[in-house]
Design a binder for this molecule. Sequence first.
Ligand code: BTN
Length: 261
Amino acid sequence: MADAAALRRALAERGVSWPADCEWHERLGSTSDRVKALAREGAPEWTVVLADVQTHGRGREGRLWSSPAGGLYVSVLMRPRFPQLGLLSLAAGVAVAEAAAEHGVAVELKWPNDVQVEGRKLAGILAESASGPSGVEWVCVGIGVNVAVPLAALPVELRPRVACLAESGSTPPVATVAAAVLAWLRVWYDALGSSPASVVAAWRRRAVAWWGETVEIRTGEETLRGRLADVDDEGALLVTTADGRSRRVISGEVVQARRAG
Ligand code: BTN
């Protein structure tokens, strides 16, 4: 694998001419670390880095992202000129959902950016940014999709919680899935600039149906309990606590209260 030419061909078949470099490594610590280094060197928007295997794949909240062969590991450099950065994660989730649907897998999105199949994780998204005096300079969106990861290659405790695209019955080439994810990412990124409300609506349509249910949201040291009300037009979660107050949450891990523990 590690075939950047195959990726460009798969993009071209979709009518997409990618506007920047695509690096595809056989083995890398983390595609996001590579993109962040390129960003600091001034690489242009839409620079893409992929790897067949990551040795230090990173997930949200300092967790590791197991990255054996058979997965898609891709990071994309963006230099957004619009203010709705909180919506980028949601847009990336919608893009992955569209790509999964092309391969016969219907997913649900769990705020802020888990991509799930019946509660098991198909993909994860990690958005990291850097700001300068004039605001956000770049955002690195890192996406991991379990295309055909052998469960035996994952830590035992993760295996019951992982879903793969290959469960649909066919195993698409990773380059084909990468092209689908990247093409949809551009579509939904453009939508952020022209119609941010359409991104929120698209995300809400695919969200796990926990609206009105009591959830716990773990944010660092704090755990907030309340009824899940909605997601607002900046991508923040709105929760109504027992005293009737509305709280706005911009990061954290959502768990159904009956499952929390
Ligand atoms: C999560 O915890 O849900 C986010 C996981 C993000 C993993 C991807 S794989 C490609 C990119 N490189 C990394 O080191 N992490 C992201």
